[in-house]
Design a protein around this ligand. Structure first.
Ligand code: KG4
Ligand code: ZN
Length: 345
């Protein structure tokens, strides 16, 4: 029988707590997920219509040890088998990040294991390596989550260049705000995705914003305002809104902009492969549009399964592996960096 841990195998215990998921995972040799434990706090925050940082930090403290123990147990390993500890140290909510960073430092110190600090967005990008064993850099990647919308040139493992970013709201943030306005509640992305299937995406024409200075940058706050204006006008005129139509039209507007910018980047930078990542990458409309646009251009298209799109620790384990084999090590002075930039250490 093949043993879980050969001497040459690199086993990463990964920890993620940057927002409202307390997560731990064990990843073998960068691409094989042995366990992926996620405690989602969504139900707690739904009550307030969004993530409450103080509540998130307290819940992380309550859950972190349990989640780590479960990740080791499900992987069938002990701390002795682990090669290194990887942890998200930014960007994210400072109090939330600190819980994961402190836990990782304590374990690394007590067990005498190397510590590797990981960038959360790098984790999202690396989620694509889990189920696509053949995927290797270089490729282009669109990272769309609740906190970020980045168009990234993945030059090599751990080497990134941001070619476009949002000027205001992140794509996921726009989904969450519009969902709240049309009464769907939090988290908005999955709810808009679901109801859009029953709506007409061409019912209302919402704007597709362009940013003049950089064609790859995004802006979603104008779109959000356009939806709010539409809702106000309907209310003033006594017109009943058709929720699925508003949701589908809004979603189409976001998807059109994301696909158009990405296709322009594919052309300009000559990417042969393109991937999507982050919570919004699990959107069914976005996936379908990318499948289609990439197929037309004979570009290989990659995306993680929904469980690896939203926040998880397996993706941090993958990114941590590639940083680890490159020789990256963090000290016991590793701190949470809420505004950490991609490619910075
Ligand atoms: O990556 P993630 O879990 O957390 C951050 O790093 O921000 O992304 C969460 C975001 C939320 O805004 C959520 O509404 C959005 O991803 N999301 C979706 C879908 N599933 C999650 N947006 C659109 N369609 C979905 N199916
Ligand atoms: Zn995330």
């Amino acid at each position: 029988m093949e043993s879980i841990n050969n001497k040459e195998d690199v086993l990463i215990l990964a920890i993620e707590s940057s927002c409202d998921e307390t997560a731990a995972a064990v990843v073998k040799n960068g691409r094989e997920v042995l366990s992926n434990i996620i405690f989602s706090q969504i139900d707690l925050h739904t009550l307030y219509g969004g993530v409450v940082p103080e509540i998130a930090s307290r819940k992380h403290i309550e859950k972190i040890n349990q989640v780590i123990e479960q990740a080791l147990k499900e992987a069938g390993v002990t701390l002795d088998d682990i090669t290194a500890i990887a942890v998200t140290y930014g960007p994210g909510l400072v109090g939330a990040l600190l819980v994961g960073v402190s836990a990782a430092k304590a374990i690394a110190f007590a067990a005498g294991k190397p510590l590797v600090g990981v960038h959360h967005i790098e984790g999202h990008i690396c989620a694509n390596y889990i189920e696509n064993k053949e995927l290797e850099p270089p490729f282009g990647c669109l990272v769309v989550s609740g906190g970020h919308s980045h168009l990234v040139r993945v030059k090599d493992y751990g080497e990134y260049e941001i070619i476009g970013r949002t000027r205001d709201d992140a794509a996921g943030e726009a989904f969450d705000k519009v969902a709240r306005a049309i009464g769907l509640g939090y988290p908005g992305g999955p709810k808009i995705d679901k109801v859009s299937k029953e709506g007409n995406p061409d019912a209302i024409h919402f704007p597709r914003a362009k940013v003049d200075e950089n064609v790859y940058d995004f802006s979603f706050s104008g779109l959000k305002s356009a939806v709010l204006n539409y809702l106000n006008q309907c209310e003033m005129k006594g017109i009943q809104i058709v929720v699925p139509d508003v949701a589908a039209s809004f979603q189409k507007s976001v998807v059109d902009v994301l696909v158009e910018h990405s296709m322009q980047a594919i052309k300009e930078f000559g990417f042969k492969k393109f991937a999507i990542a982050g919570g919004v990458a699990s959107n069914s409309g976005l996936r379908a549009a990318f499948e289609d646009a990439c197929a037309k251009r004979k570009i290989e298209f990659y995306h993680p399964s929904p469980i690896f799109c939203t926040d998880n620790a397996a993706m941090i384990g993958v990114a941590g592996y590639y940083e680890y084999i490159k020789g990256v090590r963090s000290g016991m002075d590793l701190n949470a960096v809420p505004g950490l930039k991609l490619g910075e250490r």
